[in-house]
Design a protein around this ligand. Structure first.
Ligand SMILES: Nc1ncnc2c1ncn2[C@@H]1O[C@H](COP(=O)(O)OP(=O)(O)OP(=O)(O)O)[C@@H](O)[C@H]1O
Ligand SMILES: [Mg+2]
Length: 214
């Protein structure tokens, strides 16, 4: 098996006649932390949406595990079980009324029984040190707390590839460091990770390779 988990091949994406992603080719590697770095509005979130299949490239291709991503529902449903995605804005991501439901909802799609779902839910919340939020309505939470819930929800799924759009946005210093340590541990266990960030120094310090877009 190739060591490339994601390959961008001459990828372009146009929003209303505006070229947001312009003919990018790049590779992201298995069991590494890769960073997509660029200033505000350079298309980092748009690129993440293309990889996860929420947006369809205008031209070019994206390959996942050596196979071209086909932008059809059945195929996308399948790869979304293998690729976790944490959106930049947790309000866009979180849709369940309660924190515990938010984590358990995705796990229920894996055909796990209730006891397993409960264990994995608690484990993910504990990892992010937010077990105390478990029974709260999601709309009670601060932005930083919501971001932690979104990250816990993705991590609970044990995906082989995790894409996190601005994973430390809204987080205090303690939780930034906690999340980065968690991502590092996941990498050591074999998870492939792609993060987006507007902070070049941060990208260089915490990732194994950097894709700079402008
Ligand atoms: N739905 C949309 N319709 C038209 N243009 C859009 C849409 N969404 C985003 N854009 C434009 O695409 C460009 C890239 O946006 P994107 O959100 O991908 O940037 P980003 O690099 O993630 O920025 P940030 O650092 O602020 O998160 C921006 O100029 C934005 O205005
Ligand atoms: Mg963005």
């Amino acid at each position: 098996m190739s060591n490339k988990i994601i390959e961008l091949k001459n990828l372009s994406f146009v929003y209303h006649n505006k070229n947001i992603i312009d003919n990018i080719s790049a590779d992201f590697y298995r069991s590494e932390i890769s960073a997509i770095v660029g200033s505000n509005g350079t298309g980092k979130s748009t690129l993440c949406f293309n990889i996860i299949g929420l947006l369809r490239p205008t031209s070019g291709e994206i390959h996942f595990n050596g196979k071209k991503i086909v932008y059809k529902k059945n195929y996308l449903d399948k790869i979304r079980k293998q690729i976790g995605f944490v959106m930049q804005n947790p309000d866009t991501q979180i849709f369940c009324s309660y924190v515990k439901q938010e984590i358990a909802f995705s796990l229920a799609n894996l055909n796990l029984d209730k006891a397993e779902i409960d264990v994995k839910t608690d484990k993910a919340l504990d990892l992010l040190e937010i077990l105390h939020l478990k029974n709260l309505p999601a709309h009670y939470l601060s932005y930083g707390e919501k971001k932690c819930v979104a990250i816990a929800s993705a991590i609970a799924m044990d995906h082989e590839l995790l894409i996190l759009d601005e994973p430390t946005e809204f987080l205090d210093l303690y939780h930034k460091s906690l999340v980065l340590n968690i991502l590092d541990d996941l990498k050591k266990k074999g998870t492939s990770i792609i993060i987006s960030t507007n902070n070049y120094d941060f990208a260089c310090k915490y990732s194994d390779n950097v894709l700079h877009i402008e």
